[in-house]
Design a protein around this ligand. Structure first.
Ligand code: PSV
Ligand code: MN
Length: 401
């Protein structure tokens, strides 16, 4: 396709962009997780870290776009640093890189009143110890990102001193930063509510930005689609964070109401497209800028987990491909001249372009199945896992009943 400004959005141009596109999958997306009301277990779900690696490898082999897997320390490294050698072996064996390391600062009973924001200095220290071990694990795995999401907050006005908690958080994050190896990054995620319903200690991008800035130059902000109030302009947040060189990563999912963790693009594909566009447009102007980490953050209770993960990666690829078709030079000119309808149409026409034929070609040329979801069904992998894992974990499954 040739654009009016002469920039070529040729199949070749798109292929090169797709070659560079990668989105990390989360280990927790392959395991039996659910809502706070209960979970519907799937016999094919992964229980061990090896099974999660095996499932991630399936997604990557079929999509060619998800070469790494994010992990949660408590769930995936029950023996902490002692598990690093095994993770390295699994990573090599399954051809999946270890991705971001997520400390778990919400599951222990000690964290009832918070982790880094807990009024009890002993519990803050316990949280810091866990975080420092997470940093060490991430360093051992090749300086991968350490990604922080805190459930900290309070449920009722007057029950916690918000300012003191800011100080405690800042101290914890700064001490974490001091332990980073050169080149290693820490990402600070924010969320306005849930599980806390009155205040959360890192409620929005401004708080995350201030915390990350104060922690040090290797700290960045992580944006999660679901962690915003309804109607918030998320691409504007990306514009700001990129301008400040503070966008470290993005957690993709979709939502209808709050942090619903629905499949990316299932409710509002135009939103995901706009996010990719905002990032690509910044990089068009600043080719040397570091790209943010793209990570899926979803866990499915009803859809088959593996199918949903593959569907997500393919959707991300498709919406990214559409964003690659935006003619940045033409759009910039239309914006400068305030030709509003033409500018909007320039963006929209990329979104409405059917990139599926181009994606099929891209896959064929790389020896990937043209229809990866169908290929997954044809392979019988999910059924095989249901049989094998179903009988292996039969007693665990019945204890959920
Ligand atoms: C909880 O909201 C959450 O989904 C956060 O987005 C984290 O990134 C993720 O869990 C993993 O801890
Ligand atoms: Mn997230």
């Amino acid at each position: 396709m040739t654009t009016k400004s002469g920039q070529l959005n040729s199949p070749d141009h798109l292929s090169k962009q797709l070659d560079r596109f990668a989105i990390e999958v989360p280990s927790w997306g392959f395991a039996n997780t659910g809502t706070r009301f209960g979970k519907f277990v799937q016999p094919s779900a992964a229980h061990t870290l090896e099974e999660k690696f095996a499932d991630a490898a399936q997604v990557h082999q079929l999509s060619g776009a998800s070469p790494s897997m994010a992990m949660h320390v408590l769930w995936d490294f029950p023996n902490g640093m002692h598990d690093v050698a095994e993770v390295r072996d699994l990573s090599r064996h399954y051809g999946i890189r270890a991705g971001a390391i997520n400390p778990n600062l919400f599951e222990s009973q000690h964290y009832k009143y918070g982790s880094f924001g807990n009024p009890d200095p002993g519990i803050r220290q316990q949280a810091l110890d866990h975080v420092l071990e997470s940093v060490a694990i991430a360093r051992e795995l090749g300086n991968v990102d350490v990604s922080f999401w805190f459930a900290d907050g309070s449920n009722y006005p007057g029950t916690q001193n918000i300012r003191h908690r800011i100080d405690w958080f800042q101290e914890g994050l700064s001490r974490t930063h001091a332990a980073l190896a050169p080149g290693q990054r820490m990402l600070v995620e924010y969320k306005p509510f849930e599980p806390a319903f009155y205040h959360t200690d890192i409620a929005d991008w401004g708080m995350a930005l201030l915390f990350a800035r104060a922690a040090g130059p290797q700290a960045f902000v992580l944006v999660d689609t679901g962690h915003h109030y309804q109607a918030q302009n998320i691409e504007q947040i990306l514009a700001w964070l990129q301008r400040e060189n503070m966008l470290g990563g993005f957690h993709f999912n979709d939502r209808r109401y709050a942090d619903d963790d629905l499949t990316l693009g299932s409710i509002d594909p135009y939103q995901a497209f706009r996010l990719f566009h905002e990032i690509l447009s910044y990089h068009w102007e600043h080719p040397q800028a570091a790209a943010p980490a793209y990570v899926v953050d979803q866990s499915h209770n009803l859809k088959n987990k593996l199918e949903a993960m593959l569907q997500t990666v393919l959707t991300a690829q498709e919406l990214y491909a559409k964003a690659c078709l935006v003619d940045h030079a033409q759009l910039a000119q239309l914006q400068r001249e305030c030709r509003l309808v033409e500018a909007e149409e320039c963006l929209r026409s990329a979104f409405w372009t059917d990139v599926r034929p181009a994606l099929r070609t891209w896959r064929r040329e790389r020896g990937l199945p043209e229809d990866p979801l169908q290929a997954l069904r044809d392979s019988g992998y999910v059924e095989r896992m249901s049989r094998e894992r179903g009988s292996k974990y039969a007693s665990a499954a019945s204890s959920y009943a």
